[in-house]
Write a protein that binds this ligand. Structure first.
Ligand code: TYD
Length: 186
């Protein structure tokens, strides 16, 4: 089973991905946790761009995220699914659509480019008001600005296949809802 967690910066993806992984393990499932951008050399270059240390055109960045994804699928996601593991992945092609379309790259072009990527079995959107997200984050990457994240959030909310979970509550309450959604699909 392939589960993706999406949401704007600071929405609590990493916390919830870990809690969900631990919960599934206590239920004796084989679970692996992963994320995009990955730690590959492509992913490390992307991190330089996110820090502002390297500059590339939004279209180039779209291609980089997508190249990182192709390799991630081939080297890690597909083999883990073949081994019947549950994969929890922080971010996937919905991130590229939401963020790079907010940078001005055409939605349909990104969608077509990512057609090679298998559809997740479940994608959860951790929804949060960008103003709250900015106050939660300590570091500043290029996308971590409230007005930009407003655009990203709008785009996420236009994707009907995402299961929306509001994160404007305690971590426990949010995690319980996530477990409930996942539990019903197991
Ligand atoms: P991430 O490490 O998940 O950051 P955070 O934990 O702060 O949410 O993602 C890094 C940044 O990369 C984040 O701002 C979202 C952005 N991103 C894209 O713009 N496009 C993509 O395709 C992906 C996977 C991430």
């Amino acid at each position: 089973m392939f589960i993706v967690l999406e949401g704007i910066d600071g929405c609590g993806k990493t916390t919830h991905a870990k809690l969900l992984t631990d919960w599934l393990k206590t239920r004796k499932h084989e679970v692996v946790l992963t994320a995009e951008p990955t730690n590959s050399k492509i992913g490390l270059f992307i991190r330089e761009v996110l820090k502002g240390a390297e500059k590339v055109d939004p279209l180039t960045l779209t291609l980089l995220f997508t190249a990182d994804r192709y390799q991630h699928l081939k080297d890690f996601v597909e083999p883990s699914l073949n081994d019947k593991k549950i994969i929890i992945c922080e971010r996937y092609y919905h991130s590229t659509i939401a963020y790079q379309n907010s940078q001005g790259v055409e939605w349909n072009w990104i969608f077509e480019l990512n057609k090679f990527a298998r559809k997740p079995d479940l994608t959860i959107l951790l929804d949060l008001d960008p103003k709250k997200s900015i106050s939660r984050k300590k570091t500043r990457e290029i996308f971590e600005k409230a007005d930009f994240l407003e655009k990203v959030r709008d785009r996420y909310l236009k994707m009907p296949e995402l299961v929306k979970v509001s994160t404007d509550r305690s971590i426990d309450e949010v995690q319980r809802q996530i477990q409930d959604i996942v539990g019903k699909r197991l």
